[in-house]
Design a protein around this ligand. Structure first.
Ligand SMILES: [Zn+2]
Length: 342
């Protein structure tokens, strides 16, 4: 990016009410067959238009084409039984009904490549595509085959690498891996989590990002955050390993968060997507608040590496709120940009 402070979102945006029930995770589709395929693409175009109107520089599909950021990818893999689901505890936090790994994991066909090609055809702006990270995938299903989280993560990383290479060829500029579980399983992150991520990006020439957040603004996450104390120092345990990795961009949570902002110093040298929008509140930030969060981050990240963003995805928010937050992000970044160029 040549533009200073290029804005983007960390991930999902709300779906239209005719496509899926709003303000809900894992919301079932309201259409099926050809109508669903067309509906998802219409929703993608609306989501893109919202981003463009708000002045977002690096755009995405707003995750309109998937039901959930992890399970939709998993459900396209061989070796996974998504009919006979099991209930597991996700990130030691809440129970969810998830698919089961019953045999060797294989990627038999592309998952999002056609959707990425469709997005590419809609805009000349840089596009970012989100995939689940290997560790978060392992944590979002039941394994009845490998008996080792590390081994399963490695198999997922291989499948993700195949998908990522095809997304790159479809014209995706930045491939982002969502790893919220990096904030929970520190020892595993350092033992094999970052290594699995590097396996997933092997051979890519496009830019790569890892998104590590404190989750959507759902009750299970809000309750968990309440137990984390006054200072959230989770990033401290994993940033050194990420800093030493081949990942180009780190997407993290800042605004309204108890993350000490000086922890960003630990990833000095990386591009940083600084979350300046709280996704756990329906209060729309003012552009001044956004600019203030970004300004504080500037002490620890060089201006040419600062990418204003959201703390996490906005799928569970009311659509009008998400639109307001997008506009605040665009306007807040513009404020700081003009300050810096003055
Ligand atoms: Zn997130």
């Amino acid at each position: 990016m040549t533009k200073l402070l290029p804005t983007s979102t960390a991930g999902s945006l709300p779906k239209p009410v005719w496509l899926a029930e709003p303000e809900k995770l894992w919301s079932p589709w309201k259409l099926d067959g050809d109508e669903l395929a067309e509906g998802r693409r219409d929703a993608l175009r609306l989501s893109l238009a919202d981003q463009q109107r708000a002045g977002i520089d690096i755009v995405s599909d707003g995750e309109q084409t998937r039901q959930h950021f992890v399970t939709t990818f998993i459900e396209h893999l061989g070796g996974v039984d998504f009919v006979n689901r099991e209930t597991v505890r996700i990130r030691n936090r809440y129970d969810a009904s998830v698919p089961t790994v019953v045999g060797a994991v294989t990627r038999e066909k592309p998952v999002f490549v056609d959707d990425a090609r469709f997005l590419r055809a809609q805009t000349d702006q840089p596009i970012k595509w989100a995939l689940p990270g290997p560790m978060t995938m392992v944590d979002t299903l039941y394994d009845a085959h490998y008996g080792s989280r590390e081994k399963l993560a490695w198999e997922f990383a291989t499948a993700l690498n195949q998908e990522a290479r095809e997304l790159q060829d479809a014209g995706v500029d930045i491939i982002q891996f969502d790893e919220p579980s990096f904030n929970v399983f520190f020892d595993e992150v350092n033992d094999w989590g970052v290594a699995a991520l590097e396996r997933a990006i092997e051979g890519l020439t496009c830019e790569t990002a890892v998104h590590v957040c404190y989750g959507y603004g759902i009750k299970a996450n809000t309750d968990w955050k309440a137990t984390l104390g006054a200072e959230w120092r989770q990033y401290e345990a994993i940033f050194p390993k990420i800093q030493a990795s081949d990942i180009d961009i780190v997407s993290l949570e800042c605004h309204n968060s108890h993350v000490p902002i000086d922890l960003i110093e630990l990833i000095r040298g990386k591009k940083v997507m600084v979350g300046a929008i709280d996704v756990a509140s329906n209060t729309v930030e003012t552009p001044e608040e956004v600019a203030d969060t970004l300004r504080r981050a500037l002490q620890f990240v060089d201006a040419d590496k600062l990418y204003p963003s959201t703390n996490c995805g906005m799928a569970p928010l009311p659509r009008t709120v998400a639109r307001g937050k997008l506009a605040a992000l665009g306007a807040g970044a513009a404020l700081l940009r003009s300050e810096l160029s003055a």
